[in-house]
Design a protein around this ligand. Sequence first.
Ligand SMILES: NC(=O)c1ccc[n+]([C@@H]2O[C@H](COP(=O)([O-])OP(=O)(O)OC[C@H]3O[C@@H](n4cnc5c(N)ncnc54)[C@H](OP(=O)(O)O)[C@@H]3O)[C@@H](O)[C@H]2O)c1
Length: 253
Amino acid sequence: MDIHLSGKSVVITGGTRGIGRIISLTLAKSGAKIAAIYRSDEDTAQSTLAELNAISSAGHFIVQADIAVEDQVGEAFKTISEKLDGVIDYLILDAAVGAGGPLTEMTSADWIRPFDVNVHGAFYMVRAASPHIQKNGSIVFISSGAGHDPMEGLSSYGASKAAANHMSTVLAQELGPRGIRVNTVSPGHTDKSGTDPNSNPESYTDRQLEIINTTALRRFGTAQDVANVVLFFVSDLSGFVTGQWVRVNGGRL
Ligand SMILES: NC(=O)c1ccc[n+]([C@@H]2O[C@H](COP(=O)([O-])OP(=O)(O)OC[C@H]3O[C@@H](n4cnc5c(N)ncnc54)[C@H](OP(=O)(O)O)[C@@H]3O)[C@@H](O)[C@H]2O)c1
């Protein structure tokens, strides 16, 4: 089924690289105009912008900001609001950072950083975007399996994602009366190259094979798998769905 997003505007954090890049390209292919926020990788951001412009001349643009810094989010929204005439249809919160290692051995900085970006950054973004989001708009949080289940070595990342999961459900209640839906997509292990490793199974690494063999659908997840569910959540096909979490993990327990 074709989903038409012509005339719709999307603000996406982390929309220039990894899974976020594929989400941006997927929504652009459905006709949307993309405003992608990146933090540090200007070259990749420019290259993704060129890919978006090759898809359509909707007026896609990129904005540099560290979403963990409140003032930078404010500055970014001055640009975004001007370029989108103050109208946002969809907000996708993809940008995130993690920090690994056993909880009791973590530095304070490693514990705090995922909260700065994944929780406080999401809060700054939602608060800045909210006045501009239209009726029938949609907010999608990109979470992680680590935000639902305990995963060794991912304590602060997982706790920050769990906090964002909760934020998304409260937001669904608060923004519902304005006709704005809020949902969460939680990827499992995902190949974010933009190509499909499953088309070349002989190149699987041992780690990929281990993941595939513990995944019900017996294949590796791709960024496109995640982007397809985001597309569903912004579209009218999910028009009566809000406050939900969907795991995109092939049934991996
Ligand atoms: N990959 C997986 O297997 C997997 C599994 C579960 C969940 N996820 C979730 O999926 C989402 C995307 O993951 P990914 O692996 O594709 O990420 P990624 O490749 O590491 O890309 C992260 C993106 O977020 C941006 N970003 C990071 N910190 C930022 C900040 N402070 N301000 C603004 N932008 C910032 C980066 O911008 P720059 O490049 O410019 O720095 C980059 O575009 C994340 O929410 C992640 O938690 C991923």
